[in-house]
Design a protein around this ligand. Structure first.
Ligand code: CTP
Length: 407
């Protein structure tokens, strides 16, 4: 019963993901939480208040001024009641209204009137999520301390595939448990906000270099180390942007997520954000070479043999190393199967890095696609530090605590 005695106010705005919210309410109650529900008028088009009244055992608040009922300062009472307000699903309209201070219904008024933490689980079509106003509003939410959980990637009700789905109720539950501090996902000594006020730019995953419209060159990177770093950095108080190549993982909550595909796109995304960054951690595996020219049409297998001409891609880390200013810290990863330390030291110097994290894909349970990693930390001064095999989340926390204070 991780939420025993906790009070959770769940707010629904109008989206198809409303149908998942009774499961969230039930899961919260199973963990011992007391739950009250409020809905916008649009949300009641997707699921009835009666369903949520039945699951939660309490009347659902919809109207600011219900007929034939004296409600007094209902919005203030509701706003002061919970330990956390959770808006799920949260529409683009909700983001827009709160970001500009518009409170024209009960739900938005309660959110603005509430002194407790606010968690928001967006759900919308990928184009709506990617729209500059929504992006700006989501960034603003994070800035004012709202926790934005998701959205996830996958099939949408509108037949699109992309980022925009509401994360599953169990992920929202886990985020609430973390927020209310009953179930720590990390040992207590690792939750000190040692990166508060710092902006981290983290890259993760592989890149894909197109050969033609259906084929590409890529590598085995899963993105796990970079995603673990991004998640840990948020918990340590940092403002985090995660630039990720194609990965099966869903974006950790609380990060500004920038999906890319090619090394060149990753370069553009990193270049643009680098000037405002305190720490750049390049955990991604960009390509070193890309097809010199991607064919516009699918290549047919006409001949027995085929030559593919490759050209070098831009070395992102090296380019940022050349632009690095005082107060900026650059951390690279080196994947080496032979002469690890000597090669890593060479890269550290050539790319003007402050630290390089060496790992070996031939080590058992390490590097590509494993949940664990065995790394050696190399800095310009001092001896290499060999860390024991550990899960990637612990390695991430240990690494971030080591670099805290460097920028
Ligand atoms: N890196 C990068 N841009 C590239 C290639 C690599 O920014 N085009 C970064 C990686 O993210 C990593 C570091 O450089 O942090 C080292 O990557 P690695 O593949 O080990 O080294 P390379 O410099 O590519 O050298 P080599 O492939 O010869 O080992």
């Amino acid at each position: 019963m991780s939420l025993q005695g906790k009070k959770v106010l769940v707010g629904l705005t109008g989206g198809i993901a409303c149908y998942k919210v009774p499961y969230l309410v039930r899961d919260l109650m199973r963990q011992g939480a007391e739950v009250r529900v409020m809905m916008t008028k649009s949300a009641t088009k997707f699921i009835t208040p009666l369903t949520l009244e039945t699951v939660s055992g309490y009347p659902v608040a919809v109207d600011m001024f219900p007929e034939r009922e004296f409600v007094g300062t209902r919005h203030i009472d509701l706003a002061n009641w919970p330990d956390v307000v959770v808006i799920a699903p949260a529409t683009a309209n909700f983001f827009g209204k709160i970001a500009s201070g518009v409170t024209d219904d009960l739900l938005t008024t309660v959110v603005i009137a509430s002194p407790v933490p606010v968690m928001v689980a967006p759900a919308m079509n990928p184009q709506m999520w990617q729209h500059p106003t929504t992006k700006r509003n989501a960034a603003y939410f994070r800035e004012i301390g709202y926790e934005v959980v998701g959205p996830a990637e996958g099939d949408m009700a509108c037949d699109h595939v992309g980022i925009g789905r509401m994360v599953e109720p169990r992920e929202i539950l886990a985020a609430i448990e973390r927020l209310l501090g009953k179930k720590k996902s990390v040992p207590t000594n690792q939750t000190k906000a040692v990166l508060t006020g710092k902006r981290l730019l983290i890259t993760a995953g592989p890149c894909r270099e197109p050969i033609d419209p259906v084929r590409y060159i890529s590598n085995r990177s899963s993105g796990k180390m970079g995603y673990a770093l991004a998640e840990a950095a948020v918990q340590l108080g940092a403002t985090v942007t995660l630039v990720s190549g194609p990965s099966r993982l869903s974006a950790p909550s609380g990060v500004d997520f920038v999906p890319v595909e090619t090394t060149d796109q990753m370069y553009q995304a990193v270049s643009q954000r680098f000037p405002d960054t305190h720490y750049l951690i390049m955990a991604a595996a960009p390509a070193d070479f890309a097809p010199s020219q991607a064919a516009a049409h699918k290549i047919k297998k006409q001949q027995a043999e085929m030559q593919l001409s490759l050209s070098p891609t831009v070395d992102i880390l090296k380019a940022m190393g050349e632009r690095k200013k005082d107060g900026q810290v650059l951390i690279g990863f080196a994947l080496e199967t032979d002469d690890g330390i000597a090669n890593a030291r060479r890269k550290l110097k050539a790319k003007n890095l402050d630290m390089i994290v060496l790992n070996n894909p031939l080590d058992a349970n390490s590097a590509f696609d494993h949940d664990t990693n065995k790394v050696t930390i190399i800095q310009p001064e001092g001896d290499p530090e060999e860390w024991p095999l550990d899960n990637k989340s612990n390695v991430a926390f240990k690494l971030l605590e080591k670099i805290a204070g460097m920028a």
